[in-house]
Design a protein around this ligand. Sequence first.
Ligand SMILES: C[S@@+](CC[C@H](N)C(=O)[O-])C[C@H]1O[C@@H](n2cnc3c(N)ncnc32)[C@H](O)[C@@H]1O
Length: 249
Amino acid sequence: MSEDSKVAVKFYEADVWGETLHPGETGLTKRIAELTRVERECRVLDVASGKGGSALFLYRKYGCQVIGMDLSSKMVNYAKTKAADEGLQDEVFFLVGEAETFPFLDHSFDVILCECSFSVFTDKGKVAREFWRVLRKGGRIAIADFYLKKQTPFFGSRVLFPCINGAEPEAAYRALLTGNGFHSVHFEDHTDKLKELFFDTIFRFGSINTFLDKLPGLCSGACSNDSYREITRAFRNETLGYCIMAGTK
Ligand SMILES: C[S@@+](CC[C@H](N)C(=O)[O-])C[C@H]1O[C@@H](n2cnc3c(N)ncnc32)[C@H](O)[C@@H]1O
């Protein structure tokens, strides 16, 4: 595991997050399922499945086969416990694995989803090649993530969130998919969901600073003030957005 991946894993293991760790909660997961045409017969892989909310949601709604994979054993154990609590331990499987090297055979899945995580991966090209390798021909991929609405870089290195630091412009995401052979690439903006999450966080914690201070010793005080300023500026300037991008093998 790279040092950057270790930092990202620790960041998302903090006890401040809800059951889903992405904007739009299951509403956006449902949109991904529509775009990738998830149905009962599908074999679905949720890459960086976090607490398992999306994988369990997909099984409950569509009855498809779902495997969730995440680099954090804490997340995987949490998801397994949740599946067992719902009596779904033999239906939805969770395992520890790194997105850069999937522990799966070629052509194993019909659908891959990757929510709020692609931006975090240290080698996005390698992950895109893995998506291609483990999807069957005609299989669909959907990435939901932060993206840069303007090409110019705007964050200092002290912004806290790995997913914001790793965000790319739409063109770069497109190039990663088309460059690795995916076609029918479709892009949708869902920045409204990011704004909802931002305001919801303020309501839950009283302020973004209070929230940032609860994150695990990565940054505090002046650093989180800087981070807060950079993020709010990005919102004001409309430079940071959230999107879904889907493609077909
Ligand atoms: C923002 S959370 C999103 C979790 C989940 N997809 C969701 O939307 O609720 C990012 C997740 O990526 C995982 N992660 C980070 N780097 C990873 C890697 N290289 N391979 C697999 N998972 C990784 C973290 O452990 C964390 O669960």
